[in-house]
Write a protein that binds this ligand. Structure first.
Ligand code: F6P
Ligand code: MG
Length: 472
């Protein structure tokens, strides 16, 4: 079911897969080793500590295999139903070695392999090896979190005071919320290996967002808004559920902005329910697990405890976190009250499914996960967040960049019954939906790749595409 075009490969020096596999994967595994080791060191159960040491040894072996371009071996059977699918695909792809393999499959396989020793252990089954990094980065996005909390509270208060608002004003708000949600993705932790916290904070502020509007290369937000508005105004749908699904990407700041969008959709009546789809295993470092959702709400429920308690690192450095003002605390608590009410009333739901951590593209969903597609069809719109979800939608193959998005998503495009909106900052090679000549123009910009054959402009999250496909 995959598109019949060559997939990007870790063996291709012009692909972003090449440095990703050689430089970033070893760093990611090293971070996982350090984290596990830290937990082992502070563990007072000898049997658990022993199990932890075995995991560390397994991860070290995995790192060796990646760096020495060894063969990809079958994932050991840890009792989870996805193992067979991974191993079948590995067999079908033929003997593969880490540094000469299809990028999408191999990267998914990497995270599944990282998870296997935990999953096989007695005491570490649900351990999230990336949790420390996620929470730390979320704390460091404090300026943008506070700025958005003010904006959100004002906006919701205004929506309540004037429920009959003008659709043109609503369209502007919808655009703003979606763009907040889009750029929240620019700072995922798998890229963070090369960004400083100051870089992230600069990327997250409202100034940066406005300046970045011209970096959205294809912007279908007007069509997505028109679609949701038509459903809202449709007499046949009066009193019925109008659902928006969000296939989540990263935890922390990005999940926070996803909730801003979800809360806005519910408060404005553009949706009556929002279903969030997190991952089931630690994934691409920073992706959302159900526990991250709970951790975020906990942080908002007690903002002083979250922001004013010094972390281990701050204590070591003698740093005292700055106190929050009463106004800031009030705004964060407002968010907590809103979102936990939506959650308690069943308007905001979490629905994990193993399908999101499978090895392949989403072209296969209609065949391999019929019930998931059926379920998504019940909604008005499915929002796919982030780079990896986009790569999976279009199959991570070398499309001509002017290919229309509905064509590139194959079976999920026209006629599928799914209305798809991708909010993606570009952090890989593949891109579609561009106007003719745009790719060539961007390649000629500073650092854009020039005539090297590499589409470097698309690697760092500076550019974005917002693409809509109507399923009818
Ligand atoms: O760009 C490197 C990378 O690891 C990609 O492989 C992956 O698509 C992306 O980072 C993860 O980004 P996101 O969190 O936006 O899916
Ligand atoms: Mg991610």
């Amino acid at each position: 079911y995959d598109p019949k075009l060559p997939p990007y490969s870790t063996g291709d020096p012009t692909s972003f897969a090449f440095p990703t596999a050689r430089e970033r994967w070893p760093i990611i595994i090293t971070q996982a080793i350090d984290d596990t080791y830290r937990s082992v060191a502070s563990c007072d159960n000898a049997e658990k500590a022993d199990g932890g040491k075995k995991i560390v040894a397994e991860l070290a072996r995995l790192k060796y295999e990646v760096q020495h371009d060894r063969a990809l071996t079958p994932i050991p059977d840890d009792g989870c139903p996805d193992v067979a699918g991974y191993n079948k695909e590995l067999e079908q792809l033929g003997p593969l070695s880490w540094l000469k393999a299809p990028w999408l499959f191999t990267e998914c396989y990497l995270f599944r392999r990282i998870n296997a020793p935990f999953s096989l252990s007695a005491h570490w089954k649900n351990y999230d090896v990336f949790a420390r990094q996620k929470i730390k980065t979320f704390r460091s996005s404090r300026p943008a979190v506070l700025e958005l909390a003010t904006r959100y509270k004002d906006l919701v208060t205004e929506l309540r005071a004037n429920p009959a608002h003008d659709p043109e004003a609503d369209k502007l708000l919808f655009t703003e919320m979606c763009e907040v949600c889009l750029w929240g993705n620019a700072t995922d932790l798998s890229l963070l290996t090369s960004l400083t916290y100051e870089d992230i904070q600069k990327l997250q502020g409202s100034q940066a967002r406005l300046a970045a509007e011209q970096n959205i290369l294809a912007n279908d937000l007007p069509a997505a808004y028109a679609h949701l508005l038509a459903a809202k105004q449709d007499p046949a749908k009066k009193g019925k559920d109008r659902r928006v699904d969000i296939i989540l990407d990263n935890a922390g700041f990005e999940l926070y902005v996803d909730l801003i969008l979800a809360g806005y959709l519910l408060s404005s009546g553009l949706a009556t329910t929002v279903v969030l789809h997190p991952k089931s295993i630690p994934w691409f470092v920073s992706d959302v697990l159900p526990a991250d959702f709970a951790a975020l709400l906990n942080a908002l429920a007690a903002p002083r405890r979250f922001y004013e308690t010094a972390s281990e690192e701050e204590t070591l450095q003698g740093k005292v976190p700055e106190a929050l003002t009463d106004k800031e605390v009030g705004e964060l608590e407002f968010l907590f009250a809103e979102w936990s009410r939506f959650h308690a009333e069943g308007m905001l739901m979490l629905r994990p499914n193993r399908v999101w951590t499978g090895p392949g593209s989403f072209w296969r969903l209609s065949e391999e996960a019929k019930e998931v597609v059926e379920d998504l069809r019940d909604g008005e719109l499915v929002v796919f967040k982030g780079d990896l979800n986009y790569r999976k939608l279009v199959g991570d193959v070398a499309w001509d960049p002017t290919t229309p998005f509905p064509e590139a998503i194959g079976p999920l495009g026209a006629g599928s019954g799914l209305n798809v909106l991708a909010l993606r900052t570009c952090k890989a090679d593949v891109v579609v939906g561009l106007t003719p000549g745009k790719d060539e123009e961007l390649r000629q910009t500073d650092g854009g790749g020039g005539d090297s054959g590499a589409r470097k402009w698309a690697w760092n999250g500076k550019w974005a595409v917002v693409s809509f496909s109507k399923g009818s």
